[in-house]
Design a protein around this ligand. Structure first.
Ligand SMILES: [Cu+2]
Length: 123
């Protein structure tokens, strides 16, 4: 029964992958825990623009994006080789936290308003 044996042999590998994923979640949870004590950088979405349009922060810092457009949805996202983020729909008044976990220069864009752009330099 070679097929049966190979299925049995596959199981420990799957379990150890789950274990690794669990460890990653614990690490991410720990990072979020230590972040809670620090004050996030606050960026406002107002008049279909980010305010400010540029930030220089440190690796691990949080940028909190607040939709201050009372009647508009926004949708912040970051696409890059090293870091990606997608807020989903941002309702008026909502707050969205982005933890920049890797250094680099990143464009935060809006999926609804193509002219909106925030540049974040993470050192
Ligand atoms: Cu927008």
């Amino acid at each position: 029964m070679p097929l049966f044996r190979s299925l049995i042999g596959y199981r420990p590998a799957r379990l150890s992958m789950l274990g690794a994923a669990g460890a990653l979640i614990l690490i991410a949870g720990g990072a979020a825990w230590t972040q809670q004590g620090s004050v996030p950088y606050v960026v406002s979405q107002r008049g279909r623009a980010f305010h400010p349009v540029f930030l220089s922060i440190k690796q691990g810092d949080t940028v909190r994006i607040v939709n201050d457009d009372g009647d508009l949805l926004h949708h912040a996202y970051v696409e890059s080789d090293s870091f990606n983020f997608d807020s989903g729909d941002q309702l008026p008044g909502s707050k969205t936290d982005i933890v920049f976990s890797v250094p680099g220069t990143f464009n935060v864009l809006c999926g609804i308003h193509p002219k909106m752009k925030l540049v974040v330099v993470v050192k």
